[in-house]
Design a protein around this ligand. Structure first.
Ligand SMILES: C[S@@+](CC[C@H](N)C(=O)[O-])C[C@H]1O[C@@H](n2cnc3c(N)ncnc32)[C@H](O)[C@@H]1O
Length: 284
């Protein structure tokens, strides 16, 4: 499957979700898989549910929370200092950019990059409604980040690298735009231990576009993530599981390749997928 097909499927899914939110149709938004739902929109979905403390999102517009489609809370886990420049890869409705903008204060800047026009419109509306003036949303592909070399102190991202068609290039781009000594602090779904042999046709799983756009089929294994970061030049790489999933957390977007597995085997495979906080550093 070519990279353009994956990117188009991902763009279509997330532009559709953003368009629904822009039309104020939060209750009807697409919710057929992970990275697409929260508890307000679909009872029982646990991927994006409860990631942010109430006091954290206080003062942010409702649509920011509704548009939260991540699988972690990178801003809470990352160290952020006043005056720093932060970049969020795949910023969606902007929740992590707005939270970062607060943390870096008026002398800092929080950038968000997203490839979807509707998400960028939503994020800019959310920033204006929140009165945040140090957030800048840029249109672009995270495999070709529209910022100069060495221009940011910290890269965050929330459940987006698993959607990217060219993950190695994304990690190289992250390395390029970080200043020497800059940090990479990303939440993503990772397959710990990789896929077991019982997934007889891994290629079929990877071709499952709906599961890819739902953040499952495109997930890297822990060793692939480490290797990709190391190959890009990063050091001090660590992975920390922040939320494990069970089969009930992913009711409808399981890749078709899972269908042949017994319930016990499917549960074992799903148990390898976990929201993970990935840290690394660009050497000085
Ligand atoms: C799962 S949502 C996460 C949004 C946000 N990070 C959050 O936590 O709510 C994925 C977002 O990444 C964007 N995205 C996916 N692939 C991208 C790419 N290759 N380049 C830029 N944006 C991308 C989508 O448009 C969407 O807004």
């Amino acid at each position: 499957m070519d990279q353009q097909t994956i990117t188009d499927a991902v763009r279509m899914r997330y532009s559709g979700i953003a368009a629904q939110l822009l039309a104020d149709g939060a209750a009807e938004r697409c919710c057929d898989g992970p990275c697409c739902c929260d508890a307000d929109a679909l009872e029982g979905d646990r991927i994006s549910e409860g990631l942010y403390a109430e006091e954290e999102v206080e003062g942010l517009p409702l649509k920011v929370s509704l548009a939260s489609l991540g699988c972690g809370n990178p801003t809470a886990l990352a160290e952020l200092a006043p005056g720093e420049r932060v970049l969020d890869l795949g910023s969606g409705g902007g929740i992590d950019v707005l939270l970062s903008a607060r943390r870096v204060g008026p002398t800092g800047i929080a950038y968000g990059v997203d490839m979807t026009d509707e998400m960028l419109t939503l994020a800019r509306q959310n920033a204006a409604a929140a009165g945040v003036t140090n957030a800048i949303f840029l249109k672009g592909d995270i495999a070709d980040i529209p910022l100069p070399d060495g221009s940011v102190d910290l890269i965050i991202s929330n459940c987006v690298i698993n959607l990217a068609a060219e993950k190695e290039v994304v990690l190289q781009e992250a390395f390029r735009v970080l200043r020497p000594g800059g940090r990479f602090a990303v939440s993503d779904i990772v397959i710990h231990g990789g896929l077991p042999a019982m997934i007889a046709d891994e290629a079929a799983m990877r071709r499952d576009l709906s599961s890819w756009a739902g953040c499952i089929a495109g997930a890297l294994s822990d060793s692939e993530f480490r290797d990709g970061l190391a190959n890009a030049g990063f050091t001090d790489i660590s992975l920390e599981i922040t939320r494990r999933y069970s089969i009930d957390d992913m009711p409808t977007a399981l890749p078709a390749a899972f269908a042949a597995l017994s319930p016990a085997a499917a549960a074992e495979v799903v148990g390898r997928f976990a929201a993970t906080f990935v840290r690394a550093r660009k050497p000085v």
